[in-house]
Design a protein around this ligand. Structure first.
Ligand code: CO
Length: 134
């Protein structure tokens, strides 16, 4: 079921500072900031060729990464995203395996315009997992 690593998402308290680290210090290609009000984040994409890193900065009051940054004030890896061929089939498999799908269990449209689901970190080695339909 599990496909390629789509991205690693890193929550940052200051997007401009995070961009500087990746662009200037590491010499990476970084996209312009993209506000995602539906997801409560502003995101930039770091293109690594084989995969991406996304830097996420909170956007708005109810940002889902606010609590994470309260616990990790200098930022940190927030989630990893794996590709799947069929998001609904993947959801059924997760449920039948006893893993918890977050939210109402309905796929939402993610930052790449594709349906995504999030899985409970306690069921996945302590890591928040995003599944994205490839
Ligand atoms: Co993501």
């Amino acid at each position: 079921m599990l496909g390629r690593l789509n991205h690693v998402a890193i929550a940052v308290p200051d997007l401009a500072a995070g961009v500087a680290v990746y662009e200037k210090t590491l010499g990476a290609q970084v996209s312009p900031p993209q506000p995602e009000p539906d997801h409560g984040v502003t995101v930039v994409f770091v293109d690594l060729g084989n995969t991406k890193v996304e830097l996420l900065e909170p956007l708005g009051d109810g940002s889902p990464i606010r609590g994470f940054l309260d616990k990790n004030p200098s930022g940190g890896i927030h989630h990893i995203c794996y590709e799947v061929d069929d998001i609904l089939a993947a959801r059924e498999r997760m449920i039948s395996e006893g893993a918890r799908v977050l939210g109402d269990g309905e796929p939402k449209i993610g930052a790449h315009g594709k349906p995504v689901l999030f899985l409970h970190p306690k069921d996945f080695c302590g890591t928040l997992v995003e599944l994205e339909q490839a």
